[in-house]
Write a protein that binds this ligand. Structure first.
Ligand code: NAD
Ligand code: TYD
Length: 377
């Protein structure tokens, strides 16, 4: 079937994987990638597909309502997959306004433009979908009840150890929203607007909340690519607080596959949680990354552990995130495909094989931002 799909934020980390998957898998779809190309957007992420006939890139700001109206009408968009956002918690602590503008006002502008266009058509909302990509951080923080490790209540083949669950509780689709950071507050607000457009106007919307992603093309301000880059350069590895915080990690291509499955088979107005059942304390995860980089660079194993530098904790640092994705697994048959160690190996190899990509985006403005964060280290 011919479809015109708008993917926002397609030049970013997760968006570029989603765009690549859709462009290659669905030659009958016209994929319009809309991105403002902020510091986090990089068209080099999409070099391999930029000349495909079913692909168009449009540079625009989602908070510009008139532009959203024009683009959605011009390309006769019948499906939206909305990923564009300001995405880094540390930046949100320094500059919450940019987060409210893009994540809240931008999502609202996109919703409104899609609503107006779809309501102007004879078939209105039939065959349409506005799919909003969100985060597990909207649910708040879970406690670390078993710091020494415990039998995981839920395991899948993605979970390579049974002792990776650090508490009994998990975020489910019915967990109450309780965001703490400016980033998660802005994402929570946008999620509410998306649901409000369904509940008020009957617009077909859907929301998914995913855990921490890792993999190729992630901007090196987030933990894993930042540390790979710093290990390669022999720079300090800033561990916040005691390194005890827990995150649930999912390989980015598994997230992109979930988005594909949910876009095509998910139920309107539903929420699906997406996660890897793959919890790691930061300090343990960092040691796996160090071991892998050292091995692949031919250094003595663990040599780079000396780069670990404990720094003051992030303000309001959420202790633990853990997603229960059994609904998605049982209703739509999605499962994470990679064991964590395989995913990390693939990821580290990719960054080491793509040093020019890393060097290019870690120069200039990034260098100044990073120096400002860590006092020039
Ligand atoms: P990212 O920061 O790598 O990419 C965001 C993209 O959005 C960039 O290409 C940027 O240029 C674009 N953008 C920013 N502001 C814009 C604006 N005003 N108009 C148009 N484009 C704009 O982010 P990511 O990690 O790929 O995350 C993508 C989405 O997934 C976000 O909505 C994020 O909240 C969500 N998410 C991320 C994770 C994760 O671990 N990275 C986990 C769960 C959910
Ligand atoms: P991050 O990649 O920023 O994702 P999020 O905050 O959205 O979970 O951080 C992942 C974890 O790593 C989080 O607990 C904060 C911690 N962290 C550090 O210890 N040092 C760092 O330099 C960064 C960027 C993160």
């Amino acid at each position: 079937m011919k479809r015109n799909i708008l993917i926002t934020g397609g030049a970013g980390f997760i968006g570029s994987h989603v765009v690549r998957l859709f462009v290659n898998k669905y030659p009958d779809y016209h994929i319009v990638n809309l991105d403002k190309l902020t510091y986090a957007g990089n068209l080099a992420n999409l070099k391999d597909i930029e000349n495909k006939e079913n692909y168009t890139f449009v540079k625009a700001d989602i908070a510009d309502l008139d532009e959203m109206r024009r683009i959605i009408t011009e390309y006769k968009i019948d499906g939206v997959i909305h990923l564009a956002a300001e995405s880094h918690v540390d930046r949100s602590i320094k500059d919450p306004f940019t987060f409210a503008r893009t994540n809240v006002m931008g999502t609202l502008a996109l919703l409104q433009a899609a609503k107006e266009y779809w309501e102007s058509l004879p078939e209105k909302y039939e065959g349409k979908l506005f799919y909003h990509i969100s985060t597990d951080e909207v649910y708040g923080a879970l406690e670390l009840t078993h710091p020494e490790g415990v039998e995981a209540p839920f395991t899948t083949k993605a979970s390579s150890k049974d002792d990776m669950a650090y508490g009994e509780e998990f975020f489910t689709e019915t967990t109450k929203y309780n965001p703490h950071s400016p980033y998660s507050a802005s994402k929570a607000s946008s999620d509410h607007f998306v649901r409000a457009y369904h509940d008020t106007y009957g617009m077909p919307t859907l929301v998914t909340n995913c855990s921490n992603n890792y993999g190729p093309y992630q901007f090196p301000e987030k933990l894993i690519p930042l540390f790979i880059n710093n290990i390669r350069k022999g720079k300090p590895l800033p561990v916040y607080g005691k390194g005890e915080n827990v995150r649930d990690w999912l390989f980015v291509e598994d997230h992109a596959r979930a988005i594909d499955v949910i876009f095509h088979n998910g139920k309107v107005a539903e929420t699906y949680n997406i996660g890897g059942f793959n919890e790691w304390k930061n300090i343990d995860l960092i040691k796996v990354v160090i071991k892998t980089v050292d091995r692949l660079l031919g250094r003595p194993e663990g040599e780079s552990e000396k780069l670990i530098t404990y720094v003051p904790d992030r303000l309001g640092h959420d202790m633990r995130y853990a997603i229960d994705s059994r609904k998605l697994q049982s209703e739509l048959g999605w499962e994470p495909s990679l064991q964590f160690e395989e995913g990390i190996e693939k990821t580290v190899r990719w960054y080491l094989d793509n040093e020019p990509w890393l060097d290019n985006i870690t120069s200039g403005a990034y260098e100044r931002y990073y120096a400002d964060m860590y006092g020039g280290k």
